[in-house]
Design a binder for this molecule. Structure first.
Ligand code: ZN
Ligand code: ZN
Length: 135
């Protein structure tokens, strides 16, 4: 089974995931832009049971008015993974860039394009949504 490691910029905070991700999603909402310092966020979704290892101390940021609590490295500031407040959401999100692995599957969808920069485009053929994805 494939095993992947997501790592913060300094290497102090790491999470290991077993198996393939459920979904890779890119998001152009303004909250993701501010959180990442980039023009869009990339979330790689796994089941919590796929988390096979965690190393390092994580600081937490609960985004106001949001549904998620982000875990980031207190030394370098990189977000590495996040969980959703609703326990029915049986998923964990991991920062796509934290894998630094070009073999990671590409995005399956792009959301919140209404607030995205016009030069940020999605790969051909994936669904795009002006706002959030449909449930
Ligand atoms: Zn770090
Ligand atoms: Zn977003």
């Amino acid at each position: 089974m494939a095993e992947r490691e997501a790592t913060c910029a300094c290497g102090g905070l790491r999470v290991t995931l077993a198996g393939e991700p459920l979904l890779v999603s890119t998001c152009c909402c303004t909250r993701c832009q501010r959180r990442t310092g980039s023009f869009f966020g990339v979330t790689v979704y796994f089941r919590p049971a796929q988390v096979t290892g965690r190393v390092g101390e994580a600081a937490e940021f609960r985004r106001p008015g949001s549904e998620a609590t982000f875990r980031f490295c207190p030394r370098c500031g990189s977000s590495v993974w996040w969980a959703f407040d609703d326990p029915a959401e049986d998923i964990v999100g991991v920062a796509g860039g934290a894998f630094a692995d070009p073999r990671l599957p590409g995005p399956h969808r792009m959301t919140h394009t209404a607030t995205g920069h016009p030069f940020v485009t999605s790969p051909q053929g994936i669904p795009t949504y002006e706002d959030g994805p449909p449930d």
